[in-house]
Write a protein that binds this ligand. Structure first.
Ligand code: SAM
Length: 260
């Protein structure tokens, strides 16, 4: 069920990937590089990698890259995106919670293990599993606040709860920070703004927003018709649905290597 939901969203993630690396992505990569967590040739594991957006950057740096995701469709696209790179890379499909750790690190632990905006790491067992796969650094990112004014108007007009359209729980980062500490590591948290605007036609917006909402029936023609009307009513004078999202993101990192 979970995998099927993510499979459905893979095309949207691919479009974001094809639009190029964003200013926010660049900020995160610069942080990893400048803090020494990431460097050319290091071994990196990306859990819940999506279509491999960060994976392609790691491969361009000449890293040894392992990408894993619960969604076969995300990984199929990740493989296409990674194909041009000569650096060693591999993909492993499965739920992070139950995947055999040896499949994720066949040649020993990684230098950096990341999981960005993914529910894959969500409790003590998965925090410990992530940590055990790294011999140096782990990094998790997640949203801590999210505003989506136009999407809220769209969902509310159709009688659906806008909150359900959010990818993950907004309170998860604080509890993950505690879990990292309880697991015996020192958590470091940094907060960053991450805002964006996507421009879609009314039809694209209606399809996109229905796809994102778990309670909306993707096959219901009546719902699509109403959604199209609502989206058209929210478009600007150019016929564009200007979908602005304002978020704050936390970057939670910890060192797994004990200092002497
Ligand atoms: C919001 S997307 C983020 C993708 C990518 N990390 C990024 O930052 O663009 C969340 C990803 O986590 C994956 N995912 C969700 N639950 C997972 C699990 N239990 N194990 C592995 N991957 C999972 C989804 O398939 C999806 O690709």
């Amino acid at each position: 069920m979970e995998a099927a939901r993510w499979d459905r969203l893979a095309g949207d993630y691919q479009r974001v990937f094809e639009s190029g690396i964003s200013e926010y992505n660049r900020r995160l990569l610069d942080f990893l590089l400048s803090s020494g967590m990431l460097y050319p040739g290091c071994k990196v594991l990306d859990v819940g990698c999506g279509v491999g957006k960060y994976g392609t950057y790691f491969a361009a740096l000449g890293c040894d890259v392992t990408l894993t995701d619960i969604s076969g469709e995300m990984l199929r696209r990740a493989e296409e995106n990674l194909r041009p790179f000569t650096a060693p890379w591999r993909t492993v499909v499965g739920d992070f919670e139950t995947l055999e750790p040896s499949l994720l690190s066949p040649s020993g632990p990684h230098d950096l293990v990341i999981s960005t905006m993914s529910p894959a790491v969500h409790d003590m067992a998965t925090v410990k599993k992530l940590s055990s796969l790294s011999r140096d650094w782990c990094l998790l990112t997640n949203f801590v606040s999210w505003r989506q004014p136009l999407r809220d108007r769209f969902y509310t007009a159709l009688g659906f709860d806008p909150v359900l359209s959010l990818a993950g729980g907004l309170d998860s980062l604080a509890s993950l920070e505690k879990l990292v500490e309880q697991a015996g590591y020192e958590p470091h948290v940094r907060y960053e703004n991450y805002n964006w605007q996507d421009e879609r036609s009314a039809e694209e917006a209606a399809r996109y927003l229905i796809r994102r909402h778990p309670a909306m029936d993707k096959e219901d023609p009546e719902l699509f018709k109403r959604a199209l009307e609502v989206a058209a009513g929210l478009c600007n004078e150019k016929g564009i649905f200007p979908d602005r999202v304002f978020t704050r993101v936390a970057w939670l990192s910890w060192k797994t290597k004990k200092e002497d």
